[in-house]
Design a protein around this ligand. Structure first.
Ligand SMILES: [Fe+2]
Length: 344
């Protein structure tokens, strides 16, 4: 039997009224999931977990689902086919029911075995970015039906209305670059997308409805402890897990009256604030496997008020007590590893 454990409290922006007048007081809810990393070859357990998660959120009810990238782990056609089949089986391949944006794994794939770590930097140089982005757009083409495109040359940014919300979908995956994006995992918005965001600033739809940005990359730090940022973890973050032009982007979002940013990429679920904006990371949905919990964020619009919360679902058969022990052990191991690295 399903149990829901509410772990995070309401957003500080909750209670805002006067928006979404056109939508009236009708209730609406968005489920946010990220980074399922579906792969028939490497992560069959993710397929099982993702199906279980979607089945559960359908049971609890929602109006719209958002998946903020890394739907697949390899960028292979076969994995896109598997993902389409799953979403179609749940009747979610529909623009009114689902919004997706690409993640780095959807375009570049990634190293999945120890041996791939050595060959991946060479492999990624030859990835055809345009082809793979088109493959992603085609794989989920139904979810782009009726969206408003701002640029003639790109699908992104797109604007989609969902109940009381206006969704702005962005592509934060830059092309490969030896200096700026050596393994494909850094994030950046292209100049064309910045230009397009300027064009739509002031559009009445961002006043009438609540603007939400959907983007793959994060706006927080990989390591939450500032003392750790001068260590090897900080080096890794600035070289391989960095969202570039972040402050500029936040300024553009403020001009669009953006209220919520839903993203993924760092495999954990968390709610946090930057410059007065409410952000939600949904990337711990199925990837935070050792703790054997599935997670999702839910954005609720009820009687003119919006709230966002993270929910967890225990995987059937897992023992919550053992899970707690495992989680603590994992945390301790990380701390000891970090201490050893710092001492070396
Ligand atoms: Fe990612």
């Amino acid at each position: 039997m399903r149990t829901i454990d509410e772990v995070v409290a309401n957003s500080p922006r909750n209670g805002r009224t006067g928006r979404s007048a056109a939508f009236g007081q009708k209730n609406y809810s968005i489920v946010h999931i990220s980074d399922p990393h579906l792969s028939h070859r490497y992560y069959r357990e993710h397929i099982k977990s993702f199906k279980l998660l979607v089945r559960n959120v359908i049971k609890s009810g929602f109006d719209h689902m958002i998946i903020s990238g890394d739907l697949v782990s390899t960028g292979d056609v076969e994995d896109f086919y598997v993902t389409r089949k799953i979403l179609s089986g749940f009747d979610l391949l529909d623009s009114e029911r689902l919004t997706v944006v690409p993640g780095n794994h959807d375009i570049f794939g990634g190293p999945h075995r120890a041996v791939d770590v050595l060959s991946f930097p060479k492999y990624i140089r030859n990835v055809d970015y345009r082809r793979n982005l088109s493959l992603f757009n085609e794989a989920f083409t139904e979810t782009f039906d009726g969206v408003r495109r701002v640029s003639d040359s790109s699908m992104y940014p797109f604007i989609k209305e969902a109940g009381p919300f206006t969704i702005i979908g962005l592509n934060s995956i830059p092309k490969w670059s030896l200096w700026h994006n050596p393994v494909g995992s850094n994030g950046c918005i292209s100049r064309e997308q910045f230009d397009a965001l300027s064009l739509i600033a002031g559009d009445p739809v961002f006043e009438e409805k609540i603007p939400i940005v959907v983007i793959h990359h994060h706006f927080n730090h990989l390591v939450s402890d500032p003392a750790m940022r001068n260590t090897i973890f900080g080096q890794i973050e600035s070289r391989m897990m960095r969202m570039r032009k972040l402050r500029k982007l936040l300024k553009y979002f403020a001009d669009l009256n953006v209220q919520y940013i839903l993203h993924g990429h760092i495999h954990r679920n968390e709610l946090y604030e930057r410059k007065g904006l409410q952000l939600a990371n949904g990337a711990g949905a199925v990837c935070n496997d050792p703790v054997r919990f599935l997670k999702y964020n839910r954005l609720n619009f009820v009687s003119g008020r919006t709230t966002i919360k993270t929910y967890t679902l225990p995987i059937p058969g897992s023992n919550p007590v053992k899970v707690d022990v495992l989680q603590k052990l994992r945390k301790d191991i990380k701390i000891h590893r970090a201490a050893a690295l710092m001492a070396s």
